[in-house]
Design a binder for this molecule. Structure first.
Ligand code: ATP
Ligand code: MG
Length: 281
């Protein structure tokens, strides 16, 4: 474990604030492969937490284990104070915890606008509570419009997903997840395939999401994005949490530099050659 902070216990996260998500000793196995090994951390409400690590470190497995795609072999997950370990993706989404996928998953026979509307109209506890608490009730259309606006894809609403380049499909995927107005969104490499300007714009929009009630766990290989957008960063390697801290602490952490940042030059990320990768320094 790096100098930044200890992680061998449930109370290890250095970030202040009320934990929205609390992960304790999570272990994910695929047969004999231990993809996530006894990992503990919190995501406080109103924060953007980054999750970085080399290819195959276990980042997607962690998201899978938190969102019902894979049943954890050990440990527990609590969300908004409730034990949600092993809950299905559907039940978690209704509760306000949702994710995006590394490979974009859209309904190709629906327009972009319809994709957002379908996601927005899924009933969720968050929506139900908001509708009780706010005098003016929001419609699914309003949430879909908001998600398109926040991700700056409003001009694409009439288009079919198949007509769009990869970068724009990624943004539609992010917008679709946001349209359900989740309390916590887990983003798996939203910037992969985006160019530098698109990534910067996405980062600016992501940064604002906590103000709109959505906290984030952001997985990405683009270090300039992660360092710019996140309040707190977790670093995993071979399934273990090796460091965590503020962007500044992570940027200067020797363990992180050795395990990850130093390898960035030769990084063969899933976004391929078009994927921006900063040096992080
Ligand atoms: N469905 C699966 N069955 C078996 N092994 C898997 C499965 N999914 C992932 N793994 C293995 O688990 C480990 C972690 O993989 P994972 O995809 O979580 O890494 P990652 O950090 O998301 O990598 P990347 O940066 O390339 O997306 C790897 O050794 C991988 O081969
Ligand atoms: Mg992955």
């Amino acid at each position: 474990m790096s100098t930044v902070s200890q992680v061998d216990g449930a109370s290890a996260t250095a970030t202040a604030g009320k934990p929205l998500l609390s992960v304790n000793g999570l272990t994910i196995r695929y047969g004999g492969v231990v993809a996530i090994d006894n990992v503990s951390f919190d995501v406080p409400e109103g924060k953007v937490v980054g999750l970085i690590g080399p290819n195959g470190a276990g980042k997607t497995s962690l998201i899978d284990g938190l969102t019902g795609a894979v049943r954890p072999a050990g440990g527990s997950v609590s969300f908004q104070g409730q034990d949600v370990t092993g809950w299905s993706a559907h039940k978690l989404a209704r509760r306000g915890l949702t994710r995006t996928f590394q490979s974009v998953e859209l309904f190709d026979d629906l327009s972009v606008g319809e994709n957002l509307l379908v996601a927005a109209e899924r009933p969720s506890l968050t929506r139900a509570l908001l509708q009780v608490l706010t005098p003016v009730q929001r419609s699914g259309q309003e949430d879909a419009d908001w998600a398109a606006d926040v991700t700056q894809i409003s001009h694409l609403r009439e288009r079919m997903p198949k007509e769009l380049p990869h970068g724009q499909r990624k943004l539609v995927g992010v917008a679709r997840a946001l349209a359900g107005r989740p309390a916590l969104l887990l983003l798996d490499e939203p910037a992969a395939g985006l160019d530098t300007d698109e990534t910067r714009e996405l980062g600016a929009q992501l940064r604002r999401l906590p103000e709109h009630g959505t906290s984030l766990l952001l997985v990405d290989h683009d270090m300039s994005l992660v360092l710019e957008v996140c309040d707190h960063i977790l670093v995993i390697d071979f399934g273990r949490l090796i460091a965590q801290g503020t962007p500044d602490q992570i940027r200067h952490d020797q363990v992180v530099i050795d395990a990850y940042l130093g390898r960035q030059g030769g990084h063969d990320g899933p976004g391929g050659p078009g994927q921006p990768t900063g040096s992080g320094a």
